[in-house]
Design a protein around this ligand. Structure first.
Ligand code: ZN
Length: 303
């Protein structure tokens, strides 16, 4: 297994008191270093403009990459662009591209991208919800456009709905998107009735949902939906803000629940695509919970 990160991801400066702060990634890297000292770390390259333009419009690239602010500016009430953010966003998206290359070339069977900013709220045309570019969508389109894949599965277990990912692929039957998320909660999308072109499955969960109910929804509904697709690659939007200690939401998950779901996702990849799976960090805002959950996730990816 390979892991991708870049120091630039630590320099994206969201300002004092922001939940999506550099300490998150620092906590993840420190915990992985302790738990998996032999992990095969790779420097994330920059995504190219062409790779980003498969998903995003020129106007968003101009905003994120060319504006080069001298101080922090708000792109929406939650989303900050700092002087160092363009480089972080390029490395975060580039991590997914490189991870897809590594897994599809057989260099590694699985990969984890420890990056920020996160991605799954970013739409084709807008940064939002702490996200500048949609890293997982850029990775999926790279698998399709550069490697010729026809069926890419995206499993999103972040506590928030991956509205950007859903919107980007709502009319694209080459991608299946399965998401569990607390509902109602930001960004207020992700109802069961949102099914894309038959390629989207949303499982909204009530506040207070515990690990048993969370895993049951994946076992009974989301995993069978992805299984029936026979994916050639499994991508994971790995957000750990469903942890019971997370301050942004109310699910009651423990680190072990993430390990259990990850093992099921690995089994899905084993059944259909020689285990090929790329996971990308999304949310998770309580440092200890985030670090423990990430280690549990990587434990299961390496098992
Ligand atoms: Zn989230």
């Amino acid at each position: 297994m390979q892991a991708f990160t870049h120091a630039a991801c630590l320099a994206h400066d969201t300002g004092p008191g922001h939940a999506e702060r550099p300490e998150r990634l620092r906590a993840v890297l420190d915990a992985l270093e302790r738990a998996h000292p032999d992990l095969d770390w790779q420097q994330a390259p920059r995504a190219s403009r062409g790779q980003l333009l498969r998903v995003h419009d020129e106007a968003l690239l101009k905003t994120v990459l060319d504006r080069q602010p001298r101080e922090r500016v708000m792109l929406d009430p939650d989303t900050v662009l700092s002087p160092a953010s363009a480089e972080a966003a390029l490395r975060a998206a580039g991590a997914g591209v490189a991870a897809v290359d590594a897994v599809l070339s057989g260099q590694a069977r699985r990969a984890f991208c420890a990056v920020r900013p996160p991605g799954h709220h970013a739409t084709a045309s807008a940064a939002m919800g702490f996200c500048l570019f949609n890293n997982i969508a850029v990775a999926a389109r790279h698998a399709i456009d550069a490697h010729g894949l026809e069926r890419v599965a995206i499993a999103d277990f972040d506590v928030h709905h991956g509205n950007g990912t859903q919107a980007i692929f709502a009319d694209d039957a080459r991608v299946r998107f399965a998401s569990s998320h607390q509902w109602p909660l930001y960004p207020d999308s992700g109802a069961r009735s949102e099914t894309g072109c038959g390629n989207v499955f949303n499982a909204p969960l009530p506040d207070g949902t515990d690990g048993a109910a969370f895993l049951a929804v994946w076992e009974d509904e989301l995993l069978p939906f992805l299984d029936a697709f026979r994916p050639q690659l499994v991508l994971v939007s790995a957000g750990f803000d469903g942890h019971r200690h997370d301050p942004l939401a109310g699910l009651q998950l423990e680190a072990e629940d993430y390990a259990r779901l990850t093992a099921r996702l690995v089994a899905l990849a084993d059944r259909h695509c020689d285990g090929r799976l790329v996971s990308m960090l999304e949310g998770g805002y309580e440092l200890q919970a985030l670090a423990e959950s990430c280690v549990a996730h990587v434990d299961a990816l390496r098992a």
